[in-house]
Ligand binder design. Structure first.
Ligand SMILES: Cc1cc2nc3c(=O)[nH]c(=O)nc-3n(C[C@H](O)[C@H](O)[C@H](O)COP(=O)(O)OP(=O)(O)OC[C@H]3O[C@@H](n4cnc5c(N)ncnc54)[C@H](O)[C@@H]3O)c2cc1C
Length: 405
């Protein structure tokens, strides 16, 4: 693997860097993807940022040109992502649409759906959410109970979703619902695009332990969805959901550990605090800093491996699960460093350093380990598919280990 830029990539990098310098004051900044409370003002600023980046050709580089994308390569998008991270531009607010919903519409949607939705999704004109998890189904996603029943005027949906990221700001979502209650649980599911402004949709934000309301409960009370908003065939929703889940892991694990703070910024913060510590505590803090840097490198190289697989036309398999696990390790190691440097103050609201909030880092890292497939589920996948260990035994589990969340 060659980590150096090709001449073309070097030119792209220089172009992006220059654009970000010239437009710095128009773009929203922030160190960690999970560190900002997604209030309406902040979401509006982030939407303007994504629109400006899209208009400059920096969002959706790999997406088909027919729908507003750049028709480029994963390596080009990786160069752009690195430069955005370097310039400390905040994570894209449309990340659920870009990472999960959009790829699912592209793969399984009708031409009409692609024409109507994709460009607006890339530009954050519409935000999208993912309505999969329910109170009784997370890791065992196929146990979900929200049902859709076909009538003359469309599908009538009844049920409840939960942990729906950014739903309070979204215009559309992809919704997995049960359409045949008598079929085995992985069959009898169907995927739809849902208009979150439809009558019968109620969104209630949930407060997390980091103090944010970034995800929600969503109640669906006789919501009508036209059959033309189906994604894929009736009762074939599990196959469609696998597209979403694979892309979700890539979105989290393929970024090379860039969920969090830039390493050199973190080192600068640590260097400021280290002289205040006793010798013993300083030694432990330096070790913790070393762990963050090593985990970050591991995450970055795991991300490169995933991008290389994609670049060669391959499909991400266990690499995506490994990538997500390494990204989570970076988040945990960073939170641990905060405790080493600040002691009990690391959990106090005032514990900030520039844009970086130590307390939010502490309170957000456990959630990162759950979202998009928990550590245990991802380790099961790696154990089975890479190490060839016997399959996990849970009732009515699908034969293919990739077919769990
Ligand atoms: C920050 C955040 C954002 C999220 N955003 C969304 C979203 O936008 N849309 C959406 O649909 N969902 C979202 N989720 C939900 C997420 O997908 C679920 O939390 C996740 O799939 C786990 O499901 P659960 O919470 O029901 O836990 P459970 O599945 O009940 O698991 C509980 C514990 O048991 C363990 N466990 C379960 N099964 C096994 C097994 N077979 N082997 C070993 N251990 C096992 C798990 O690892 C976990 O530790 C989000 C979650 C978080 C934290």
């Amino acid at each position: 693997m060659d980590f150096d830029d090709t001449p073309d990539q070097g030119r792209l990098r220089a172009h992006v860097r220059q654009f970000l310098i010239e437009h710095d004051s128009e773009l929203a900044h922030g160190d960690g993807a999970y560190l900002e409370e997604p209030g309406t003002d902040r979401v509006d600023a982030l939407r303007r940022t994504q629109a400006a980046l899209f208009d400059a050709g920096l969002v959706g580089l790999t997406w088909p040109e027919a729908y507003g994308g750049g028709g480029g390569t994963n390596a080009q998008q990786a160069v752009v992502n690195e430069e955005l991270h370097r310039a400390r531009i905040a994570g894209l607010v449309g990340h659920v649409g870009l990472g999960m919903c959009g790829p699912t519409v592209l793969r399984h949607g009708s031409e009409d759906q692609k024409q109507r939705y994709i460009r607006r999704l890339l530009r954050a004109d519409d935000l999208w959410c993912q309505l999969f998890s329910e109170p009784g189904s997370g890791s065992d996603l196929a146990a979900l109970r929200t049902k859709a029943v076909r009538h003359d005027d469309g599908w009538h949906v009844e049920g409840q979703k939960v942990w729906t990221t950014l739903a309070q700001h979204c215009r559309y979502g992809i919704l997995l619902a049960r359409t045949d209650p008598d079929a085995p649980k992985h069959r009898g599911l169907t995927m739809f695009v849902i208009d979150m402004e439809s009558p019968g949709v109620t969104v209630r934000p949930l407060r997390q332990m980091n103090g944010h309301h970034s995800f929600n409960e969503v109640f669906l009370d006789d919501v009508v969805i036209a059959d033309s908003e189906r994604l894929g065939d009736v009762d074939d929703g599990w196959r469609v959901a696998l597209t979403t889940l694979m892309n979700e892991r890539m979105a989290v694990g393929g970024g090379g550990g860039e969920l969090g703070i830039r390493s050199d910024v973190l080192v600068a913060h640590a260097a400021k605090r280290l002289p205040e510590l006793s010798d013993d505590r300083r030694t432990l803090a330096v070790q913790a800093l070393g762990r963050v840097l090593v985990e970050s490198l591991a995450a970055r190289y795991t991300g490169y491996r995933l991008q290389t697989t994609m670049e060669k036309g391959g499909h991400p398999g266990p690499e995506a699960s490994a990538g997500k696990l390494t990204a989570v390790r970076v988040a945990h190691a960073t939170a641990d460093l905060g405790q080493r440097l600040l002691g009990a103050d690391a959990v106090a609201a005032r514990s900030r350093e520039g844009d970086w909030r130590w307390a939010t880092s502490q309170a957000s890292s456990p959630g990162i380990a759950l979202a998009g497939g928990t550590d245990e589920i991802l380790r099961n996948i790696l154990g089975e598919r890479v190490l060839g260990l016997p399959p996990d035994r849970i009732p009515a589990r699908p034969a293919d280990p990739s077919e769990s969340r």
